[in-house]
Ligand binder design. Structure first.
Ligand code: CTP
Ligand code: MG
Length: 234
């Protein structure tokens, strides 16, 4: 099965507030993007498409260097768009003809262990249309109206999803076709590719994610990632 990995790294990192794209922010002596790239099981993929911001020659250079250091891998660097969905679309346009499946991964989850990628790939090959990494929800979840609790939600069937997420290319294309039949409001409410597949009636499965796959959104997340890296390296 030919599988491509798309790494979306074209966001601006507004909430992190470093005044530079999030993927370029320092982490563990290198950058968020370099930490992410270092953990990818390259041999599992026929192709890696790295999507960087159009206005970041530094991140494009990181991608070129990664390709140079891994001459046996097929690594393509391209630029993203205004939204994550547009960045994914730009990446999909670079996927080689005849590819059976794609995994999509946020560079903002730089400590994601190789095992997460392998579990998604294996579950996809075992016939699902889509596969997401997920962890059980541990906090008690309340539904509220403004500041008033309406009820406590049963969390036994709830999971929090992470990336990588994987899809059969055929199912993803069908789901994107389905998107064109939705109203603009409905289309706007679709926040990730897995949701797109769900809406199109496709089977999306979950495999175990990892606490290390946390997403760096705020300065507190970056601090936590630094601490985790120190632990991992000691
Ligand atoms: N992403 C992207 N292109 C965009 C927006 C987001 O490739 N136009 C990527 C980010 O680089 C990140 C992932 O999607 O790896 C998840 O996005 P998020 O955590 O929201 O990152 P940013 O959009 O960079 O952060 P912010 O929303 O705070 O600006
Ligand atoms: Mg964002």
């Amino acid at each position: 099965m030919r599988t491509s990995l798309l790494i979306v790294a074209a966001g601006s990192g507004t909430r992190l507030g470093y005044g530079m794209p999030k993927a370029a922010v320092p982490l563990g002596g290198s950058t968020i993007l370099e930490q992410c790239l270092a953990r990818i099981p390259l041999t599992a993929f026929s192709q890696v498409v790295l999507i960087v911001p159009a206005d970041s020659p530094e991140l494009a250079e990181t991608g070129r260097y990664f390709a140079e250091q891994n001459p046996d891998a097929d690594i393509v660097v391209t630029t993203g768009g205004k939204t994550r969905a547009q960045s994914v679309a730009n990446g999909m346009a670079k996927v080689t003809e005849g590819t059976d499946a794609v995994l999509i991964h946020d560079a903002a989850r730089p400590l994601t262990p190789a095992g997460c990628f392998e579990r998604v790939k294996t579950a996809l090959a075992a016939s699902a249309d889509g596969v997401v990494t997920a962890l059980p929800v541990v906090d008690t979840i309340k539904e509220v109206a403004a500041d008033t609790v309406k009820r406590t939600v049963d969390r036994s069937n709830l999971v929090a999803v992470q990336t990588p997420q994987g899809f059969s290319v055929a199912a993803l294309q069908e789901a994107q076709q389905h998107l064109t039949t939705l109203s603009p409001v409905e289309a706007e409410s679709i926040t990730d590719e897995a949701m797109l597949l769900e809406r199109a009636g496709k089977i999306v499965k979950t495999v175990s994610g990892s606490a290390l796959a946390l997403k760096i959104t705020t300065a507190a997340d970056l601090h936590l990632a630094e601490l985790l890296l120190t632990d991992l390296n000691s």
